[in-house]
Design a binder for this molecule. Structure first.
Ligand code: ZN
Length: 176
């Protein structure tokens, strides 16, 4: 069993919301600890990788923080989400931001949905590029984020989606 150096990674609280399927939450939790198989992490564990360079910008190593936040591709996707207060340095920052965003629980849930689905969809696009050779654009990733948010908000929710929160409507207007 690998002894992860969790003391080196700031712990953040992931909201285990029932609306979000467990496999996505598990990804967010692992991402918050830097435990996703980005190239630098694989190389650290002795796994042979073709290159540790980021396949989008070709300028930096592909670390978890780089691929999900700092890469120009990821930054463009985050800009679509229009959350300027988010510090994009470590994966924990948007996760913490989402949990503290609003005192209203309903609005907070929407922001959490958007942040988590953004992290998930950026990672999914990276995997599809590497494993399926599918090239996508930040705009298409933003479309997928929107669909994921809608799916999660409807999941296990008895209220009609359109009544959930004005934030969703604002978000839809921005992203379209
Ligand atoms: Zn990059």
């Amino acid at each position: 069993m690998i002894d992860w150096p969790t003391n080196l990674v700031p712990q953040v609280k992931v909201e285990w919301m029932k609306e979000i399927p467990i496999k996505f939450l598990s990804f967010i939790w692992r991402a918050s600890l830097g435990r996703i198989p980005a190239a630098t992490e694989l190389a650290k564990r002795g796994i042979t990788v073709e290159s540790i360079q980021c396949g989008y910008c070709m300028a930096m190593d592909e670390s978890p923080n780089h691929i999900l936040l700092n890469c120009t591709f990821a930054k463009t996707v985050w800009e679509w989400c229009n959350m300027p207060q988010i510090q994009l340095n470590t994966v924990g920052e948007p996760i913490e931001y989402a949990a503290k965003h609003d005192t209203c629980r309903k609005n907070m849930k929407v922001i959490i949905n958007i942040c988590y689905s953004t992290l998930w969809e950026i990672w999914k696009a990276r995997n599809e590029r590497i494993f399926k050779r599918l090239i996508t654009t930040p705009t298409l990733v933003a479309d997928n984020i929107q669909m994921t948010v809608h799916t999660w908000m409807k999941y296990k929710s008895s209220c009609p989606f359109t009544n959930l929160s004005p934030i969703v409507t604002e978000y839809d207007t921005r992203i379209m």
